[in-house]
Design a protein. Structure first.
Length: 350
């Protein structure tokens, strides 16, 4: 897909998936609540840390019957990522090397089944976010509690709102039986083992780790710039199903540009902490809707949202915003370049 069709698909507004109002409210209040509380008591950075935990689970299981299971599936990989980041961040090139290795391991394990694939992506994304946010050491350990509390708060909020929706609609209790775990696991293991016997089964871990390694080198060469965003872009754009020039990459680049413009406009008013917390709530509330409708619009919202949370409320100057945009373009270019190389290798006649 290229040219007009490619651009049209990038801006296409999907209406296939329904988005519950409960999911929007849980996402918005889930992330705004901790930030507002932190701003009110003069501990804005801790409130933003709790918002990271809220972001890890918001929307998980909304509209699904097995909601507790969905929340666990969302929180567990994010929690492991935060714990890992706490102990490995702040050690220079060694931290970067460990992050690349952990990302590669997560990508390999994720080939086992869809559940682990989704968990692996979530783990890598939150590992990169948490490694930058915690900076390791005592500060990282001190952020573990608010992150966990933020996830707990949003989980309870989501469960409560979802229960109210079900009660209002008089939905029946969940009586579906799960498929036999043993047979499914055996089948997944046999398929996973077979896939690792060929290069095609390794193409995603190789693309991801190679791109992240380049991102780490660039960050070490220019530490004064905020180039960790390259790694975050790669983690979000590098997909298991390989495509030379995916629409998602175009959406991410354009959405980030819009997001940076929105962030610049927001910060030009120099809002106080309470104002930023309210802004976080609005942006977070839009996430579930835009994620189901258009990834470009979703990226435009996520860019200022992640900036505000990860940088712990520090002023985002014009240079930082430019760094984010350039880093996004570099991350997208690395992902496309790796895709092109592996498409050529995998389709080469034997």
């Amino acid at each position: 897909m290229f040219g007009k069709a490619h651009v049209a698909e990038a801006f296409r507004w999907s209406t296939q998936s329904e988005v519950e109002l409960a999911a929007i409210l849980a996402a918005g209040f889930g992330m705004a609540g901790p930030a507002l509380l932190g701003a009110a008591v003069g501990q804005f950075s801790l409130g933003l840390a709790a918002s990271i935990g809220a972001m890890a689970v918001d929307g998980a299981g909304m509209g699904r019957k097995a909601q507790l299971t969905a929340l666990a599936e969302a929180f567990v990989p994010a929690a492991f990522a935060v714990i890992a980041a706490t102990f490995i961040a702040g050690h220079g090139w060694l931290s970067d090397a460990i992050i690349v290795m952990l990302a590669g391991a997560a990508a390999i394990i994720g080939g086992f089944n869809r559940l682990l694939a989704m968990a692996g992506i979530r783990f890598v994304v939150f590992l990169i976010i948490a490694a930058h946010a915690t900076k390791g050491g005592d500060r990282g350990l001190g952020l573990l509690v608010p992150i966990a509390l933020g996830a707990l708060w949003t989980s309870i909020l989501g469960l409560t709102l979802s229960a109210l929706v079900r009660a209002h609609r008089h939905l029946a209790a969940d009586t579906d039986s799960a498929p036999p775990i043993g047979a499914s696991t055996t089948r997944d293991f046999a398929r996973w083992k077979l896939s690792l016997a060929s290069l095609s089964g390794w193409n995603y871990p190789l693309r991801l780790t190679l791109c992240l390694a380049v991102a780490a080198v660039l960050q070490s060469l220019w530490p004064e710039h905020h180039l960790y965003w390259i790694a975050l872009t790669i983690a979000l754009l590098c997909q298991r199903q390989i495509e030379a020039f995916p629409v998602r990459t175009t959406q991410r680049a354009i959405g980030t540009a819009f997001g940076i413009a929105a962030a610049s406009l927001l910060l030009s008013f120099k809002p106080p902490a309470l104002g930023l917390a309210l802004g976080i709530g609005v942006l977070a509330g839009l996430r579930p809707l835009l994620k189901a409708r258009n990834y470009l619009a979703y990226s435009a919202v996520m860019t200022p949202l992640v900036m505000l949370i990860v940088d712990a409320g520090a002023p985002l100057e014009a240079g930082i915003l430019i760094d984010r945009f350039v880093a996004t373009l570099i991350g997208a270019a690395l992902t496309i370049f790796a895709n092109l190389i592996f498409v050529k290798i995998l389709t080469r006649p034997t």
